[in-house]
Design a protein around this ligand. Sequence first.
Ligand code: NAI
Ligand code: 15L
Length: 269
Amino acid sequence: AERRTVLLTGAAGGVGTLMRDLLPPRGYDLRLLDVVPVEGEPGAIIADLGDREALRAAVRGTDAILHLAGISLESSFEKILRANIEGTYNLYEAARAEGVRRVVFASSNHAVGYTPWPEPGAAPVPIDTPHRPDTFYGLSKCFGEDLAQLYWDKYGIETVSVRIGSCFPEPTSVRMLSVWLSPSDGARLFDAALSAEGVGHTVVYGSSANTRQVWDLSSARSIGYEPRDDSEPFAAKLIAEQGELDPATRPDHAHLGGAFVTDPPIWPR
Ligand code: NAI
Ligand code: 15L
């Protein structure tokens, strides 16, 4: 198959760094963008999502955009507004102006973070559960999903919005046993989202095939995602250190968004 050119925004970040290694072997030539320099990548475009001219030049001639850039934790409304809300709008406008037809948007579980943690044995959380953001950060992801829907309906730009759980090399909390997205499964999911035909605007949850899964992966599977990893080998150690997940007595375990509901981590810059 032909290689395809993808603009990777947020290339200096945690997920961006993982995907810089994992996506090229899957047939993607990456054009990198971030507001900070990307280590070991002198050719990366250093630009802010507020710079509309730079975004147009960055998306020009690409086949798709993997949009990871933005504030990835809680912050002031004003900062979230600029980076995540206006920034994502600017990127879609650049895509529209330059004729780019596919975006993969890094949404977040925090778009639905106030959803109660499912009772043991309850049905997984469906993908059409109402937006219940747990932070201004989560609210910006709700906006991004709606923006993606608008650009599909109005302009025919397709998006897969991936409500990522926790994409890190290893799960580090008992909550993550349920919502972990292994880097390899992340690459599988982004690959599917970049290449599936006829997605329109499709919203998916992004996690591995975790034994302790809490949400419905069927929309992700419908675009061709087949997760291979499971957090379960990490369970015994994490539970020994942290105790069992306990939604009934632990306020930071009571909702899907975990501690973002009770004590959100704050963006450092
Ligand atoms: P990160 O914070 O490590 O990386 C985000 C990158 O975006 C940073 O390199 C930062 O410099 C860049 N950035 C921030 N503001 C920018 C701006 N105005 N213009 C250009 N670049 C800007 O975050 P991480 O963990 O890599 O997440 C990537 C994306 O996935 C984010 O959108 C995040 O909200 C989303 N996500 C990540 C999850 C995870 O488990 N890591 C879970 C759910 C969503
Ligand atoms: C997110 O949306 C954050 O960007 C990431 O840093 C993690 O905190 C993740 O959610 C999570 O819920 O674990």
